[in-house]
Design a binder for this molecule. Sequence first.
Ligand code: GAP
Length: 488
Amino acid sequence: METLVSLCKRRGFVFQSSEIYCGIGSSWDYGPLGVELRNKIKRVWWRDFVQRRPDMLGLDASILMHPTVWKASGHVDNFTDPMVDCRECRHRFRVDQLAETPWVHYCPATKGNKFTIPAGGACSHCGAARTLCPDCGKGELTPPRQFNLMFKTLMGPVEEDAAVTYLRPETAQGIFVNFDNVLQSMRRKLPFGIGQIGKAFRNEITPGNFIFRTREFEQMEIEYFVNPHETVEGRPADEYWHDRWIEDCVAWFRRYGIQSDNLRLHEHARDELAHYAKRTADVQYRFPIGWSELMGIANRTDFDLKQHAKFSGKALTYFDEERKEHVVPYVIEPSAGVDRALLAFLADAYREEEVRGEKRVVLRFHPELAPVSVAVLPLLKKRDDIVRTAHAIRDELSRDLTVVYDDTAAIGRLYRRQDEVGTPYCVTVDVQTVGDSDKGEPADGKVTIRDRDSMEQIRVEAARLAQVIGDLLRGTAWAEVAAGAGRS
Ligand code: GAP
């Protein structure tokens, strides 16, 4: 994790928020390359799950919603973590996490000797089992108290009169309260889904592990509405679609380069299930901190629509023409964090390789996700014609792609810099491209494309460059493109 955090800062992916003021806990800013990576993750997710599917529609609901939304959804009463506080150092801990960490104990039976007791263990001398703070080892811990994770805020200019509301802790509720608006305006038949990407806020007790758990984060969520009275392939429709969505989500992460060995499913046990869920499966990723949740896919049943109907007094039903009855749809909810997905793509892409006796750090991002798609590098920055041609190529490619121009080092160094940020293709303009009139050498009008992963190079006509790069980014294999061009 430290290696990734340091690379992210050094190369402009992620910065500590408000760093010049010593930073603010668990808030991170995405730098020039981070914002490109983030936008590309969101773009391909939206394209694959919303745009390309005939059964999906999009939505962008507001962050501030009517406060009753959170009463109806159960968040006011249930979105809590049991917490204990240290009476001495005032540190606050989640009860479930205490059981998973070793603790420091000053044992009275051995005249105050200090021991580190393994997670869940008791002192073999005095028998104490975590009576004291795991951090300072001195203070008593308070009995558990419920702590609501929603950020409260005030709507309205005069504090006393303003209504208390919350920053949304999930984007999902914006979809549920718009269910009928979408149904009526778009005239859909079940099953259909609504996708949304947006910020969510949770006053996490124990944020940390870089961008893994933060208080402000972004979600890519789908609420997929199915008719609970239908069966598909002999199974209840909600159960069938739940499995389909689990498969589709895992396949999506694999398609964009996550190695299969680093993905696994985790079925929630009964006592782990959220208050609304019939079944939840998490897709876990082998993060640098160990196997942890990358996304969750829950069967929320008809809980949310029924709750909002009850609290708002508006019917949130679908008319089943075949059975001539109103039904409250069941909902399958694939919910992924943008920041967690970004961390997984980053961790999975990171490689340290040895090339001709030297260490090469490379981010093997899927070409569609790489923050920079193409780097244009002039071989000689003192030759005006080379520089001019390189700038013209940059301008042309940047109409559709993220392109950088760099002439601030020798070519080997420039390649390494691009490898380290995962740029899949570098384009080099050299003397052969523009010719050398002093030596009577004509221009061949070709440029070199270098492939990040194989480090192979091919020469192609500059006039065909945009087409060739486009093919590569759309998935044509390097070997196929190389076969049609001369290797250099
Ligand atoms: N609407 C369902 C829902 O919000 P969740 O499991 O609480 O379910 C879904 O969150 C996803 O959002 C998680 O799998 C994770 O990727 C992301 N997420 C949740 N809390 C987060 C946090 N504090 N920081 C970063 N990402 C978070």
